[in-house]
Ligand binder design. Structure first.
Ligand code: ZN
Length: 171
């Protein structure tokens, strides 16, 4: 699947608002927005120049965002996507919306493989299987209830995560 047209903020990208090119070394912001409909594509990702995001225009209310320096063409961008994914997961953990339990859980599993999320404890209580996780260097512990996810839902969510973040899984 090719998704480069979908993402606006990657290398050679432009500000989603004023369309100024996001040049290497410039500060830009990658923001995740909740869609009006949660059904098929609950989140969309847009990148902005600092001038637009910091008040020149009304960009709306992002769910989470990450400020970054636009990479030079020879720099790897994997770490950059991990930062944005980490911030997104933190926001999902804080929000704790029941209808996003599966998205939260699958993103956390993915970020465990990238060593962004550490499991500090696992136990079972009335909610089912629970993992206590930490996102170093943060000390805060978050509880993650393991939801029942069927394979079709898991595939759709992994697909969505793959469209939002290029985490180097070939997804
Ligand atoms: Zn702009």
């Amino acid at each position: 699947m090719t998704s480069s047209a979908w993402r606006t903020g990657h290398r050679g990208g432009t500000c989603a608002s004023c369309e100024v090119p996001l040049e290497p070394g410039a500060t830009a912001i990658s923001a995740l927005f909740e869609s009006a409909s949660r059904d098929d594509e609950p989140f969309a990702r847009h990148d902005f120049c600092a001038a637009c995001f910091d008040g020149a225009v009304d960009v709306g209310s992002p769910f989470s965002w990450w400020r970054y320096e636009v990479a030079r063409p020879d720099e790897k961008k994997a770490a950059f996507d991990l930062d944005i994914a980490r911030e997104f997961l933190l926001r999902l953990l804080q929000e704790a919306a029941p209808d996003r339990a599966s998205l939260r859980y699958l993103l956390a599993l993915l970020l465990m493989r990238k060593r962004i999320v550490r499991v500090t404890e696992q136990f079972v209580d009335e909610r089912g299987e629970v993992m206590s996780v930490r996102l170093p260097p943060d000390e805060a512990i978050h509880e993650l209830v393991c939801p029942a996810i069927d394979e079709a839902e898991a595939a759709a969510l992994r697909d969505q995560i793959g469209r939002l973040f290029d985490l180097g899984d070939g997804s």
